[in-house]
Write a protein that binds this ligand. Structure first.
Ligand code: ZN
Length: 71
């Protein structure tokens, strides 16, 4: 983990159970970024879920600060 990198503070706004698993609508409490996350069925190995979480790993850039990357 790189020092100084923030992780998003994901909070779940809503969740829906689908045929493919649990669809979570999450929002970062810090920067307001929204995304969907699909969790596998509970009986699947935890590695599936952690892989999904890893895809969330972009650095958090709270809206109160200017974005140094793309703006
Ligand atoms: Zn964030």
């Amino acid at each position: 983990m790189v020092r100084g990198m923030r992780e998003h503070a994901w909070i779940t706004e809503s969740a829906h159970t689908t045929l493919e698993g649990r669809l979570l609508y999450v929002r970062c409490a810090q920067c307001g970024t929204r995304r969907m996350d699909l969790q596998g069925h509970p009986e699947q190995p935890p590695s599936a879920a952690s892989r999904s979480v890893a895809s969330l790993g972009a650095a958090c850039a709270p809206a109160s600060k200017p974005c140094a990357l793309n703006h």
